[in-house]
Design a protein around this ligand. Structure first.
Ligand code: ZN
Length: 389
């Protein structure tokens, strides 16, 4: 099967599933936002839990699983539904083997967590129950590692970015330092995947710390996804949670001499297409007088030929709301215009009335939306608008 990234329609929130081209396919989930309305049969909000489960493999015991789950940062719209749909706790206490498939908890074989991102988030607000549950589970797994216990599926953890004051210095193989690249998922080396950890940025001085905390510090990864063993660099997927303008400015100052580090074929527009990822100005207050930050725009402007930018948000309206923000969409479309790229919004695919998961297929020639026909839907738009494919 081909490699694919699926973006689920979860309103202003993130939930994206990466399927690698290996066999059996490795699955990495980035964030989760399964709202109560999506779980309610009487509500017409898209049942994204079913959409996710339909795409996940089952293990030898019939349990649905992801090989890795990354929480970009612990805001509600990135972790809602975690406790309800996923198994947290020791794998030998898995509770739902007797349940029907649709009700079985999803096993997280390896959890990807950043203590630094958690530290910055909890300075600014109280964490929601799902975020606290995630943090407990990550800490439990780290403790298990420190205790020298066997690392098995459902118990692994990878720490992304160093914590302050040397708190993560003893973590050896389970610590990825910011600026490093890694190729292991759930303890296995992959020739179909490489990720470059670009943020969280390590702690420097207090002023800097304050600014980074207020800019929705998030884990930022630029992932290289292979379409086959012969084509390891078919797609760069840049994913950045809700990171805002000051973080992108710092990334540009760090990588402007090597901009390929920030190059992408697929960009999840940070913070649900918020203008604050590109500018310090308020769109709702200043309107067309707002100014873009040239450095943030450069950091987010490294689109490769035919790139796609996806806003994970409700439909983007031509008004003063933010996020999603029409001005940010215009800026992203301008970036893409120079590279024959296409902009998508999860709340508008295929239409705003009943959005469906947006599936981006990866081939040797790049990224394209899986065709309507292949999705089992009447091929209405594909034939009429080849550019939209
Ligand atoms: Zn968010």
């Amino acid at each position: 099967m081909s490699a694919m990234v699926t973006f689920f329609p979860v309103g202003c929130g993130d939930m994206a599933l990466i399927r690698l081209a290996d066999e059996p396919a490795t699955h990495v989930l980035v964030d989760v936002n399964i709202r109560v309305a999506a779980d309610d049969d009487a509500d017409d909000t898209r049942d994204v839990a079913k959409d996710l489960r339909d795409r996940l493999p089952r293990d030898a015991k019939g349990r649905p699983y992801v090989d890795a789950f990354l929480l970009s940062h612990p805001d509600k719209d990135h972790c809602t539904g975690l406790e309800k749909h996923f198994h947290l706790g020791p794998i030998d206490e898995y509770p739902s083997d007797d349940q029907p498939d649709a009700e079985k908890k999803i096993v997280i074989r390896e959890i990807w967590s950043s203590p630094m991102v958690f530290r910055r988030a909890s300075k600014n607000h109280t964490l929601c129950a799902d975020a606290k549950a995630f943090n407990r589970e990550a800490k439990r797994r780290v403790q298990r590692f420190r205790d020298g216990k066997l690392l098995i599926d459902g118990e692994r953890v990878l720490i992304l970015g160093e914590d302050e004051n040397g708190k993560t210095d003893d973590l050896g193989t389970i610590l990825i330092k910011t600026g490093d690249k890694f190729r292991t998922i759930n303890g296995r080396w992959s020739s179909y995947f490489e990720a470059h950890l670009l943020a969280p940025m390590p702690r420097q001085d207090d002023d800097d710390e304050e600014l980074l905390s207020k800019n929705h510090s998030s884990t930022i990864l630029n992932m290289q996804l292979a379409s086959s063993a012969l084509h390891p660099d078919s797609c760069r997927f840049l994913t950045a949670g809700d990171a805002e303008v000051a973080i992108w400015e710092r990334l540009w100052s760090r990588y402007k001499a090597t901009p390929d580090v920030l190059a992408y074929d697929l960009l999840l527009a940070p913070h649900h297409c918020s203008w604050h990822s590109l500018s310090y100005d308020s769109w709702s207050r200043l309107g067309e007088k707002v100014k873009v930050s040239p450095d943030a725009r450069s950091a987010l402007g490294q689109a490769r030929f035919g790139a796609r930018i996806v806003a994970s948000s409700k439909p983007i309206k031509d008004d003063d709301s933010d996020p999603p923000c029409i001005r940010a969409k215009r800026e992203y479309k301008a970036i893409l215009g120079d590279h024959s790229g296409i902009f998508h919004c999860t709340g508008e695919e295929p239409n705003a009335r009943s959005p469906e998961p947006l599936e981006m297929e990866i081939s040797a020639s790049g990224v394209r939306r899986k065709e309507a026909r292949a999705r089992g839907v009447a091929a209405v738009t594909a034939a009429a608008a080849p550019r939209a494919g």
